[in-house]
Design a protein around this ligand. Structure first.
Ligand code: TYD
Ligand code: MG
Length: 515
């Protein structure tokens, strides 16, 4: 009797091991190894995961790899297919490439199916033949949604199937230019022997679909579910199979959704598309700053405006803080920021600026469901906390940009021009900024910020360089406020002439050299 040969495959990284162990030797994840039958790859092609390949180019594996001068290699000719959804096209650097594969990952309920239905409708309206492989929902469920979104156009076809071979047949019959498979985890190939949904099935089917899309020169989008800990099921195993990995994120209790390119072979990663989920599906957010600041109660204590950079855009967000009573076990509730970072800032405020928040419950949140985890928001978080503790508002026309260090120093951050230009566009009159070193304005004096250097528009917008947290609090609230808890209202004396509109006057701190 022959013994059934098996391997132990890691559900996180896809690597196979001969013996079971508590921890994957490849990626280090615990309890991620699962036993599965070892199936030899048909024809020996398909690589280390034992993948089935639907179609191989003639002579594959035997053709000579003839070296050519890179200068003589043609650029891939096929033009990008714009999706017609501006926020998505920006993330994709123009659109989907025929013959390429894109993986769209996200938690259930974020709106992946909705987004892709809208993409198909938009591309069909532009004359593309589109196929939606419905592996999870029935065609009539999709029809109902499509009808509501006005996406039931004649050029959008639906194939209801979970079977790899019948999906291939549908693609051969229709010859679509765009294929969406929703979701790749629901597709299986019974000939593989492993159970549907297992990592071996998902990676083999994904590989087969990618190969099929390449030979059909169709743009393929695979939907992939994200598990609780934020990983695509079979995550790394799928990521290396595709050209582009998009992550669709959003809290299901708010309408805001963010689309990010995690990997992109045909363009830069780091761009973010923003959407709002509404009655009519997903609508791109062209002006996120106005959205995030829309409900702001300017002049209320505990609120400060930060300018994080999302992808290549600077976005204004409101940081809100509420400092509670002293407690023997002070708690920290943080939304939209890195909780560890907030704990760090609480300690620095306490030690370096005399703002005694360390022994109190602290609630910090970025309003409107936005996320702003970058250190450039540190200064705004500190202002919001100090403002809440003293029950004194931050001047409403002021934004704060800068990282705060353990020594209480305000450190420089990138993309200042972008950040300050956006603040100016939204009607803010001044910005607390880190001190600028070295650069000169056109008139030859040291520049106080990057905007002054580049745009020479300092007149309309006051840039208030603060070398330290202490200086920043003095500028925002007035000098007497900072140590000893004196009442902040009324403002302190003005040195250097810069004034913060609508609030306390500000001492104009000159840039310091050699910090
Ligand atoms: P869905 O696209 O099914 O999410 P996913 O494919 O990522 O699981 O949509 C999820 C939610 O969006 C669902 O709870 C209903 C809501 N929704 C709207 O609010 N407006 C709409 O127009 C549509 C189509 C869905
Ligand atoms: Mg779905």
């Amino acid at each position: 009797m022959t013994r059934l040969r098996t391997v132990h495959r890691c559900s996180s990284c896809g690597s196979a091991q001969a013996r079971w162990a508590g921890r994957c030797a490849s990626c280090g994840d615990w309890l991620s190894l699962h036993e599965e039958p070892l199936s030899p790859p048909p024809g020996g092609v398909g690589g280390r995961h034992g993948l089935a390949v639907l179609s191989c180019p003639p002579g594959a594996g035997t053709a000579r790899a003839e070296p050519r001068a890179l200068a003589e290699v043609d650029l891939e000719g096929a033009p990008l297919l714009p999706t017609g959804i501006p926020e998505l096209d920006r993330v994709l650097a123009g659109g989907l490439l025929p013959g390429s594969a894109t993986l769209l990952g996200g938690e259930p309920g974020t709106g992946k199916s909705t987004l892709l239905l809208q993409v198909l409708a938009s591309m069909a309206a532009a004359g593309r033949r589109c196929l939606l492989v419905a592996a999870e929902e029935s065609a009539s469920q999709i029809k109902r949604r499509a009808h509501r979104l006005e996406a039931d156009l004649p050029q959008v076809f639906v194939a209801e199937s979970t079977d790899l071979a019948s999906i291939e047949t549908a693609v051969l019959e229709l010859a679509p230019q765009v294929i969406v498979v929703d979701s790749v985890q629901a597709v299986s190939d019974p000939s593989l022997g492993s159970p549907p949904g297992s990592l071996a099935q998902v990676s083999a089917c994904a590989h087969a679909l990618v190969t099929m899309a390449k030979s059909a020169e169709a743009a393929l989008v695979l939907v992939g579910h994200v598990t609780k800990d934020g990983m695509l099921a079979g995550p790394r195993a799928l990521e290396h199979l595709v050209d582009t990995v998009l992550s669709f994120e959003g809290d299901r209790y708010t309408s805001l959704r963010a689309l990010r390119a995690v990997k992109h072979r045909f363009g830069p990663t780091g761009e973010t598309g923003l959407f709002e989920m509404g009655e009519q599906g997903l609508v791109g957010v062209a002006d996120p700053s106005s959205l995030f600041l829309g409900d702001r109660l300017a002049g209320s204590a505990g609120s400060a405006v930060a300018v994080p950079v999302e992808g290549y855009r600077a976005v204004l967000v409101e940081v809100q803080a509420l400092v509670g009573r002293p407690s023997s076990v002070p708690r920290r509730y943080v939304t939209g920021l890195d909780p560890g970072r907030v704990g760090f800032l609480v300690a620095v405020l306490d030690k370096r600026a005399g703002v005694a928040v360390g022994d109190r419950d602290v609630y910090v949140s970025v309003a409107g469901g936005a996320r702003a985890p970058e250190p450039a928001t540190d200064l705004a978080v500190c202002l919001a906390l100090a403002s809440s503790l003293r029950d004194t508002p931050v001047p409403p026309g002021l934004v704060a940009v800068g990282e705060v260090g353990l020594g209480g120093e305000v450190r420089r951050v990138g993309a200042m021009v972008k950040r300050l230009t956006e603040a100016q566009r939204l009607g803010f009159s001044s910005a607390l900024v880190p001190p600028h070193r070295g650069a000169m304005t056109r008139s030859g004096r040291p520049a106080s910020s990057a905007v002054e250097v580049v745009a020479g528009t300092a007149g309309a917008f006051a840039q208030l360089p603060a070398p330290s947290l202490l200086a920043a609090l003095a500028i925002a609230f007035g000098h007497r406020s900072v140590r000893g808890g004196a009442n902040l209202k009324g403002g302190a004396s003005v040195k250097g002439g810069a004034s913060v509109k609508g609030g306390a006057s500000a001492a104009h701190t000159q840039p310091t050299e050699g910090r």
